[in-house]
Design a protein around this ligand. Structure first.
Ligand code: DOR
Length: 436
């Protein structure tokens, strides 16, 4: 019987609004007790004085690139980056090569996770075959193979009839459709946000409307079908407003925002650095303020990294030819701790909620809490530790981060995934032979 005792940490458990000094006892991979002054003899005692102890973070939007682009990331390296960044669970997007639109690919990812992953890996199935937006994927087969949601991420579903049917089927399985909202005709050839900077830099713009018209359409379809809809990486003030009104109306909708859309603007692209090239694009200051306000007032439910690794030789091409995407698993937590909590825009409890229980609820997972009896997924954070982001220290195989050199607050001190200590003393990652 293995017992781990975490002593004296500031325990934050958003599900029951606890934010207090407590001990946490883990027994056989489950949380046995959360209380003051637990005294039992344990196999391992972790001193959490002056540290935050919270449910393991859940990232519902990650690209692990396996199968197909193992030069950019693998299930192993992606989950190494995840645990280093505080995440005990990641949901991985289906835009792999081949696309995750068959049970065979899902089985392959699950097998990789069983043998190599340091964090829980939950595959998201393709919404349409090859993500072409034309024909529905074999959704039943994918559900049976274990997907927890459907998405066309990276590509948009332009055909409203296809989206309607996708929502109807997903409702039967009671899983959400995660929408990459982009009107491909409005965004065609676009490189960055349409506005002053697209004009100044001579790059074709992607208007806010490209995102908003699809959100508006899909909200109407969600209302019509009653399906669960979740909008990935919302980036504009108009999107937040549409979702706020839909929630008021009682539509079954949730949404997420990325750390880069909360902290960067299109003004920063002046140097044509393709590490700022992402889809949806970095928007204006007004949008950033609206996203932050949306987080505060509850319109935005979750923070997700949209970790999108890309090979250096592809990112280093001219801006127009470089792929879209930034990595985020290892910078999300310090970024939001510094930019939102230190800056007193969001309480620590609210932030943890948007990184744990809310993402769990969106995907219908029995995770994201420190409740007694639940799986022992725990992240222990030193929120006072200063870190200088250095791409050379990343666990991820890719380095495409616009945050290199930033000095941030917050470091993962220890991480327990499914009862196993996989990060200790900040840096050391214990190799995991069997997966989590
Ligand atoms: O910037 C992005 N990169 N946005 C997406 O939607 C896809 C992602 C990728 O897969 O690289």
């Amino acid at each position: 019987m293995s017992k781990v005792l975490i002593k004296g940490g500031r325990v934050i458990n958003p599900l029951n609004r606890v934010d207090d000094i407590r001990d946490v006892l883990i027994e056989n991979g489950r949380i046995k007790k959360v209380d003051k002054g637990i005294s039992v003899s344990a196999d391992k005692v972790i001193n959490a004085d002056n540290l935050i102890v919270c449910p393991g973070l859940i990232d519902i939007h990650v690209h692990l690139r396996e199968p197909g682009r193992e030069d950019e990331e693998t299930v192993e390296t992606g989950t190494r980056a995840a645990v280093k960044g505080g995440f005990t669970t990641v949901a991985c997007m289906p835009n792999t090569e081949p696309v995750a639109d068959s049970a065979a690919v899902i089985e392959y990812i699950k097998e990789k996770a069983r043998s190599n992953a340091l964090a829980r890996v939950l595959p998201i199935g393709a919404l349409t075959k090859e993500l072409k937006g034309e024909e529905l994927s074999p959704m039943n087969e994918l559900i049976e193979a274990g997907v927890i949601a459907f998405s066309n991420d990276g590509e948009s579903v332009m055909d409203a009839e296809v989206m309607r049917r996708a929502l109807e089927y997903s409702k039967m399985f009671d899983v959400p459709v995660i929408v990459h909202a982009e009107d491909k005709q409005l965004s065609v050839n676009g490189q960055i946000n349409e506005g002053l900077y697209s004009t100044v830099l001579g790059l074709k713009g992607i208007p806010a409307a490209a995102e908003e018209v699809i959100i508006a359409r899909d909200l109407i379809l969600a209302k019509m079908t009653g399906a669960k809809i979740h909008f990935a990486h919302v980036s504009t003030r108009g999107s937040v407003e549409l979702i706020r009104r839909a929630k008021e109306e009682g539509i079954n909708v949730t949404c997420e925002v990325t750390p880069h859309h909360l902290t960067l603007t299109d003004a920063m692209i002046e140097s044509y650095d393709s590490n700022y090239k992402v889809n949806p694009p970095l928007r204006s200051e007004i949008d950033v303020l609206a996203l932050r306000e949306g987080l505060k007032n509850g319109t935005i439910d979750a923070i997700a990294s949209d970790h999108a690794p890309h090979a250096l030789h592809e990112k280093e091409r001219e801006f127009q030819f470089a792929p879209f995407g930034v990595i985020g698993l290892e910078t999300t937590l310090p970024l939001v701790l510094t930019e939102l909590v230190e800056a007193r825009e969001l309480s620590l409890l609210s932030l943890v909620e948007k990184l744990t229980i809310n993402p769990a609820k969106i995907l219908g997972l029995d995770l994201g809490t420190l409740s007694e009896g639940s799986a022992a997924d725990i992240t222990i954070i030193d929120n006072k530790a200063k870190v200088k982001v250095d791409i050379n220290n990343f666990q991820s195989k890719s380095k495409n981060s616009p945050f290199h050199g930033w000095v941030l607050n917050g470091k993962v001190s220890c991480l327990i995934a499914n009862g196993k200590v996989v990060v200790e003393d900040g840096n050391s990652i214990i190799p995991c032979k069997e997966g989590v």
